[in-house]
Design a binder for this molecule. Structure first.
Ligand code: DQA
Length: 147
C-alpha cells in the first residue's frame, strides 16, 4: 500500500518553533520516524512538506491514481483553505487529518477545520505518534475495504 504524508507551513520548523507546544524533536526526526515505521510495516510512504498552499494542492492532485491514502497535517491551512478541501474531494483518496497539538483545546480559530469533511478521521494532540496512528488506521481500514 502506498501513502502520501503531507505537512503544511512551518512544520519544517519543528524543534525550533514553539517547543512548549510542538515539542523539541525536529522535522527530520518526524520523517525518520515515519520512514522507519513504513519499512517495518511494509508500507510505501512518501513524506512531503511545503509552506505553499498551491504546492500542497498540486501534490494532492498528483496523488490521484498513485496513492491509496493520504495523511495530512495542513498546519495553519487547516483553518483557512477551501482549496485543500476541494483538492482532497477531487481526488477522492481516503485522507486522515493529523495535528501534533490538540487543536480543540487551543484558540477558537484552530477549532475550525475546512478539510475535516473530506477526511475519514482526525487525530489531534498525540504528538508525532499521531502520524503513526493515522497510517495504522488507514492501512487497516483500506485493507478491509472500510474506507
Ligand atoms: C498544527 C496546528 C495548527 O493550528 C497550526 O497552525 C500548525 C500545526 C498541529 O500540528 O498541531 O502549524 O497543525
Amino acid at each position: 500500500m502506498k501513502f502520501l504524508v503531507l505537512n503544511g507551513p512551518n512544520l519544517n520548523m519543528l524543534g525550533i518553533r514553539e517547543p512548549e507546544i510542538y515539542g523539541k524533536k525536529t522535522y527530520k526526526d518526524l520523517v525518520e520516524m515515519i520512514t522507519a515505521y513504513a519499512l517495518k510495516s511494509g508500507l510505501e510512504v512518501e513524506v512531503y512538506q511545503s509552506n505553499h498552499e498551491g504546492d500542497l494542492v498540486d501534490k494532492i492532485q498528483s496523488a490521484y491514481g498513485n496513492y491509496d491514502g493520504i495523511v495530512i497535517n495542513p498546519a495553519a491551512y487547516t483553518h483557512t483553505s477551501i482549496a485543500l478541501l476541494d483538492a482532497l474531494k477531487a481526488v477522492g483518496i481516503p485522507a486522515l487529518e493529523v495535528h501534533i497539538s490538540d487543536v480543540g483545546k487551543r484558540e477558537d480559530f484552530r477549532k475550525i477545520s475546512f478539510i475535516r469533511t473530506a477526511c475519514v478521521k482526525t487525530v489531534s494532540g498525540k504528538g508525532f505518534d499521531g502520524y503513526i496512528e493515522a497510517l495504522e488506521y488507514l492501512s487497516k481500514n483500506i485493507g478491509e475495504g472500510k474506507c
